[in-house]
Design a protein around this ligand. Structure first.
Ligand SMILES: [Zn+2]
Length: 162
């Protein structure tokens, strides 16, 4: 049922999450994993990874696809309430990792390129290339904020990692 492809980066991460070895993981829901992004250039950047290792939404059974999309919308709302951005961006891309995952980007006041997608902001590109991870105390604070917001929703949370 869950993604297990040894060659898939996100399946490898899921395995680390389930072993309790992924400090970015926050919760497991019915259809996916709520993880903070490694790069917190946009504070609260969250990734909602599908449990199942498929590349396209239509590869999920209809009921599972609908549940995943519904949960994505609820996770997005929780991210919004947790981090109070000016705008929230939701993106399903998968060009680099062929395993369904939503990028949820809080766009805060002070964003240097607020009108375009995050990928067009050269400062974000440099942050990605530099792979500067958040300090442990910052990560703990962000995880706590997100988990509290998730707990305020009607999401079915199977496991908490925070
Ligand atoms: Zn995978």
């Amino acid at each position: 049922m869950n993604g297990t492809a040894a060659s898939c980066d996100l399946c490898v991460r899921i395995a680390r999450t389930e072993r309790g070895e992924n400090p970015f993981s926050v919760a497991r829901t019915t259809t996916g994993y709520v993880n903070l992004g490694d790069i917190q250039y946009h504070e609260g950047y969250t990734i909602f990874v599908a449990k199942r290792c498929v590349n396209e939404l239509h590869e999920l059974a209809k009921s599972e696809r609908n549940a995943y999309l519904r949960e994505m919308a609820v996770v997005a709302e929780a991210v919004f309430h947790a981090f109070k951005p000016r705008k929230l961006n939701s993106e399903l891309l998968g060009n680099g990792a062929p395993h369904l995952h939503w990028h949820l980007f809080p766009r805060h006041a002070g964003d240097p390129a607020p009108r375009g997608p995050v990928w067009g902001d050269p400062s974000f590109g440099r942050a990605l290339a530099g792979s500067t991870v958040p300090a442990p105390e910052d990560l703990a604070r962000l995880r706590g904020c997100l988990l509290a917001a998730l707990d305020d929703t009607n999401l079915s949370i199977e496991r908490r990692f925070a």
